[in-house]
Ligand binder design. Structure first.
Ligand SMILES: [Zn+2]
Length: 118
């Protein structure tokens, strides 16, 4: 009778130890996964949200259209966010729309932005 009680107690303690070590392992693993995840999204954000495409002052569409295909990618919320490559607006995270230089120019003028003479 006494033996059975001791056995149960040992089993109980062992079970408790296993549980707590499994828990702390899960926590460690969770933290590791979390930090790796953070690092990845930060790198992705830096790659996708290029703040150099936010145009300031007098906008020169001919210079922005580096490949000279007559088209640029313009944000439909922030008209001065223009790139020659597809991407996302660093301000509102919207996907840029492909427009002709003529359309981009009209959008800018209609919204009070300044363009070069051409
Ligand atoms: Zn935007």
């Amino acid at each position: 009778m006494k033996n059975i009680k001791v056995k149960n107690l040992v089993l109980f303690v062992l079970l408790g130890l296993m549980c707590s070590s499994a828990l702390s392992f899960a926590q460690r693993k969770g933290r590791l996964t979390h930090s790796t995840h953070n690092h990845k999204t930060k790198a992705q954000k830096e790659q996708m949200l290029d703040s150099t495409i936010v145009r300031k002052g007098i906008i020169d569409l001919q210079t922005i259209d580096m490949n000279k295909d007559g088209k640029v990618f313009q944000d439909q919320m922030d008209w001065n966010v223009i790139s020659d490559k597809p991407g996302k607006c660093p301000l509102c995270k919207m996907v840029l729309s492909e427009v002709t230089l003529e359309v981009a120019k009209k959008n800018l003028l209609a919204n009070g932005f300044k363009l070069n003479a051409k």
